[in-house]
Ligand binder design. Structure first.
Ligand SMILES: Cc1cc2nc3c(=O)[nH]c(=O)nc-3n(C[C@H](O)[C@H](O)[C@H](O)COP(=O)(O)OP(=O)(O)OC[C@H]3O[C@@H](n4cnc5c(N)ncnc54)[C@H](O)[C@@H]3O)c2cc1C
Length: 457
């Protein structure tokens, strides 16, 4: 029997567990999937936007893996930092696969970034996703104008949630306090800004198009600004073909730019998509963020942009920075600070450049924050293939016959599958009491109480 700990129950952790129990070379592999949270599914629960029900429903297939007879979910157990040190965990299992993700935001590194009213997209996403580390009162949404810095899919997600009415989000599992704040939101203008042109924006067409279909929001794009992008105009015969994604995105933008205004348009909000704007400073008034100063950029002829020497300011009482994610170092594990990942070879953790038997990585902490949820499946398979190949080396390592008992003896209070099911039931009960479907519990005491069978307050 091979006992494997998978640290992290997001997509990469669950796909790792799946690959371990479905491979046939070693039929008796037992997997414990540990997570610092009492709830499984990582960013599928705490990142994917609540109004993307189809992607959210992936939780059902992840659930089937966690209910496999040789897989055990072990929530509320953190590894590293204040939690179980990796070297101690390694003594309990034949192998440990780290699937801890990379959900820390990248900073902009400009003055004013830390002003009240300036937040990372991660904080906003965590707040509307009911992550128990996010304070329920973190956002008040009293500003009329918000700037979202970044033009990727996460920027699109946060702009969309800001521009949706609370009525559209009520059928989702958005936590009740956040729904209340969204219902009273004064935000009327959402400005999304990227430093490069529309052909270099990272959003996908489906997500972009969805912005234009919101019932209460109107898209605003400036055809003259779009036209600065050499790819925007009709490239004409003989010009190199554009990648399909870029062509489709430009088609969507072109259609918005040429749409005539609707007579009597009563949509209360606007989403402005701005390009060629590089943020240089967050402006302050009365100790809070009051806007963003941007340097205008222009194509440099080599696929990049250069500053033009002119500036523009956009007033905003709320600024959300969505310029990418990065992994966090875990004490006890090697870390590549440049890429924000754990150095590895085909999933084997490298210590001083040498594979360390029994230590593996998969998912965002292995390859960085790229790709869609499905990309984590092939990533996990590669790691599991390495682990299975190493099995003869792992057999001689010390491991415990009952790691859970040892974790408990160290004072930890793991939340197992029954505890998670109990949280699910409590969220359904909470939702019913509010006349809604299941509603997420947004705080640690509530989640832990629910895991131990208490009714939600
Ligand atoms: C805001 C946002 C929206 C997204 N929307 C989509 C989408 O719509 N469609 C799509 O295909 N992809 C989407 N993605 C990408 C997708 O979520 C990722 O590809 C995927 O979640 C990465 O999986 P992971 O398992 O590596 O990391 P994660 O999903 O982050 O899982 C990591 C897990 O590890 C746990 N963990 C972390 N540290 C520790 C520790 N020290 N000890 C124990 N446990 C720990 C965490 O609690 C978490 O459960 C989105 C990403 C973000 C950030």
């Amino acid at each position: 029997m091979l006992r494997v700990a998978v640290v992290g129950s997001g997509p990469s952790g669950v796909y790792t567990a799946q690959a371990l129990v479905t491979q046939t070379l070693l039929p008796d592999v037992r997997v414990h999937v540990l997570d610092r949270l009492p709830c499984p599914y990582g960013l599928v629960r705490y990142g994917v936007a609540p109004d993307h029900e189809k992607i959210k429903s992936l939780q059902q297939s992840l659930r089937a893996v966690l209910e496999h007879e040789r897989v055990t979910f072990v929530g509320n157990v953190a590894v590293g930092g204040d939690g179980v040190p990796p070297e101690r965990l390694g003594e309990l299992y034949d192998a440990v696969v780290y699937c801890v993700g990379a959900a820390t935001d990248r900073p902009l590194g400009i003055p004013g970034e830390d002003l009240p009213g300036s937040h990372s997209a991660t904080e906003f996403v965590s707040w509307y996703s009911a992550h128990p580390d996010a304070a329920a009162d973190l956002f008040a949404l009293r500003a009329r104008s918000a700037v979202v810095i970044g033009v990727g899919n996460v920027a699109v997600d946060v702009a969309r949630i800001l521009a949706r009415g609370a009525d559209e989000l009520r059928p989702t599992d958005v936590p009740q306090p956040a729904l209340g704040v969204l219902a009273g939101s004064r935000v009327r203008e959402v400005h999304m800004a990227g430093r490069r042109g529309p052909s270099q924006a990272r959003f996908t067409t489906k997500e972009l198009r969805e912005l234009g279909s919101l019932p209460g929001a109107r898209m605003v794009v400036d055809p003259a600004e779009l036209a600065l992008d050499p790819a925007y105009g009709d490239a004409g015969p003989g010009a190199p073909p554009l990648p399909a994604l870029v062509r489709r995105n430009l088609d969507v933008l072109r259609a918005w730019a040429s749409a005539p205004p609707r007579a009597g348009d009563s949509r209360p909000r606007t989403i402005g998509l701005r390009f060629f704007l590089r943020p240089v400073e967050l402006l302050e008034r009365d100790g809070r963020v009051a806007g963003v100063r941007f340097a205008r950029t222009a194509p440099d002829g080599n696929g990049g942009v250069r500053d033009t020497g002119t500036y523009e300011e956009i007033a905003a009482g709320l600024v959300l920075r969505a310029v990418g994610y990065r992994g966090m170092p875990m004490p006890g594990l090697p870390f590549d600070a440049v890429h924000g990942t754990v150095p590895h070879r085909a999933g084997r953790v490298l210590r001083d450049g040498v594979p360390s038997p029994g230590e593996y990585v998969a998912g965002w902490i292995k390859r960085g924050p790229t790709g869609v949820i499905g990309s984590n499946r092939s990533c996990a398979k590669e790691t599991v293939a390495s682990l299975i190949e190493d099995a003869p080396l792992l057999a001689g390592r010390p491991s415990s016959p009952d790691p859970l008992a040892v974790l408990r003896s160290w004072g930890l209070r793991p939340v197992e599958w029954d505890g998670w099911l109990s949280i699910e039931r409590a969220e359904a009960t909470l939702g019913r009491s509010l006349g809604r479907g299941p509603v997420k519990i947004p705080d640690w005491p509530g989640l832990m109480g629910a895991a131990h069978g208490d009714s939600p307050a």
